[in-house]
Design a protein around this ligand. Structure first.
Ligand code: PGA
Length: 226
């Protein structure tokens, strides 16, 4: 099973998303091979929009087996009087996955290891699968991680994706638990994912910039099944 995950970050409006879905779903619906591979669990596509647009995306993909929706964050609190928080309990019926521990949250929102672990534990309680991001071997990997995404900070949003050898050597140093898929993230796009895929050591990609373009993201999906 391979994973292609779109992390739209704080970059899309409702109109952008409706247009993205129109273009992507049109291409997908005309590609029986891709539909079949999604159905056969050869590839999972996960779209992580900003919170307000989760239901919209969910609605558009609901008839495609193998396509899922993810949140970009989840609260550290279970429930209660915490204005503005979005809990795992609230997400459980609308999101299948959640991104946790992204370096942008660690840096800009001072997210700590303790908070990351708490978020993943809450997600797990509600059967939301955590995509845990790690920057290097200094970041802990938690039992609650259902997928691990190695994202070197210098490769994120820069166009300078990490060298394949560096990703493979980091994979060894990270000691990924058996059966936990290992993803790469950091300027992944159609020009470079093949290099990682051909090693058979990388199970998928967490994609920021290239995922904003529906056609580019669709082409990445095609590369992943060919
Ligand atoms: P990028 O972002 O593809 O724009 O480098 C990846 C990420 O931050 O998850």
């Amino acid at each position: 099973m391979k994973y292609l995950i779109a992390n739209w970050k704080a970059q899309m409006t409702l109109n952008d998303i409706l247009e993205w879905l129109r273009v992507f779903m049109l291409s997908l619906q005309n590609n029986q091979t891709l539909i079949t591979k999604l159905k056969n669990n050869e590839l999972s596509i996960v779209i992580c929009p900003p919170f307000p647009f989760i239901p919209t995306v969910r609605d558009h993909i609901k008839n495609i087996t193998g396509m899922y929706v993810g949140a970009q964050d989840v609260s550290t609190v279970a429930q209660g009087k915490y204005t503005g928080e979005v809990t795992a309990d609230a997400l459980k019926d609308i999101a299948d996955y959640v991104i946790v521990g992204h370096s942008e949250r660690r840096e800009h929102f001072h997210e700590t290891e303790k908070q990351i672990e708490l978020k993943m534990s809450l997600a797990d309680q509600y059967s939301i699968r955590s995509i845990q991001c790690v920057r290097n071997e200094q970041d802990a990997i938690y039992d609650h991680a259902k997928l691990i995404a190695y994202e070197p900070v210098e490769a994120i949003g820069t166009g300078a994706n990490a060298a394949v050898e560096d990703v493979l050597s980091m994979k060894k140093r990270l000691s990924i638990p058996e059966n936990v898929p290992f993803l790469y993230g950091g300027s992944a796009d159609t020009s470079n994912i093949h290099d990682y895929l051909k090693t058979h050591e990388v199970d998928g990609f967490l994609v920021g910039t290239a995922s904003l373009d529906a056609k580019e993201f669709y082409q990445m999906a095609i590369q992943m099944i060919s």
